[in-house]
Design a protein around this ligand. Structure first.
Ligand SMILES: [Zn+2]
Length: 233
């Protein structure tokens, strides 16, 4: 029975590792998804800038339209100046033209400000796109390293599964089935050492009678509480 326990222990060494690697494999897609979501979140600033650019351009167009209609009005009134008969009417029309011209120069100033603003937003967009490109490269490289880990882990798991199967192969079918059942239930930890009269797997106190049975090594003894196969050094 001592040989059986030794084989179980060698098998368990692999199984613990296999379960840890499989856990890592399960986490990889979750981690990749989190990175992708984080990257999606990074895009909001660019969307905000693009929206800001759009509304600024719309406002600029309105101002340009406004300026054009005022200029046309001025042209029209200047044409009317020729046909004016009285000084009073002439002065009043000139006053109106002057007012429109003042309005025009106000709009022109606003247009200059808008154009500056647009140039500034466009520059911010260029920079933001550059930042996002760097982030995208970073994301791709992180994803690639996860792919490498994934491949490595699968290869390691494959090798260790072959090794553990080889350890179990010489054992009775009944013993193999028992081991497999506990391994599956206890995530790779099918065995537990008795340490200071306690099961190292669950911490439960083991009866002296049971400890004796384990020491005798005549049969496989399992913990009453956690069902792990017990052993002593
Ligand atoms: Zn136990």
């Amino acid at each position: 029975m001592k040989e059986t326990i030794d084989l179980f222990r060698q098998c368990q060494e692999r199984d613990v590792e296999i379960y840890a690697l499989e856990e890592q494999l399960r986490e990889i897609p979750i981690k990749i998804k989190a990175l992708e979501e984080q990257f999606e979140g990074e895009k909001t600033e660019l969307a905000r800038l693009e929206e800001h650019l759009k509304t600024t351009k719309v406002k600029l167009k309105e101002k340009e339209g406004d300026l054009k209609s005022k200029e046309e009005q001025i042209k029209k009134l200047e044409g009317q100046l020729m046909q004016i008969k009285t000084n009073k009417e002439y002065a009043s029309l000139q006053g109106e033209i002057a007012l429109l011209k003042k309005g025009c120069s106000g709009i022109e100033e606003e247009i200059i400000i808008s154009l500056d603003e647009i140039a500034e937003i466009e520059q911010q967009i260029v920079e933001e796109k550059k930042r996002l490109d760097a982030k995208r490269t970073e994301l791709e490289s992180e994803k690639r390293s996860f792919e490498v880990i994934d491949k490595d882990n699968r290869a390691k798991i494959n090798t260790m599964k072959k090794e553990r199967d080889a350890f179990l192969a010489p054992l009775d079918k009944q013993l193999r089935t028992l081991y497999e059942k506990i391994v599956a239930k206890r995530q790779g930890n099918a065995l537990a050492k008795i340490e200071g009269e306690q099961c190292s797997g669950c911490g439960m106190r083991i009866r002296p009678q049971t400890i004796n049975e384990v020491r005798m090594c005549d049969q496989v003894v399992i913990c009453d509480n956690c069902s792990r196969i017990l052993y002593v050094e």
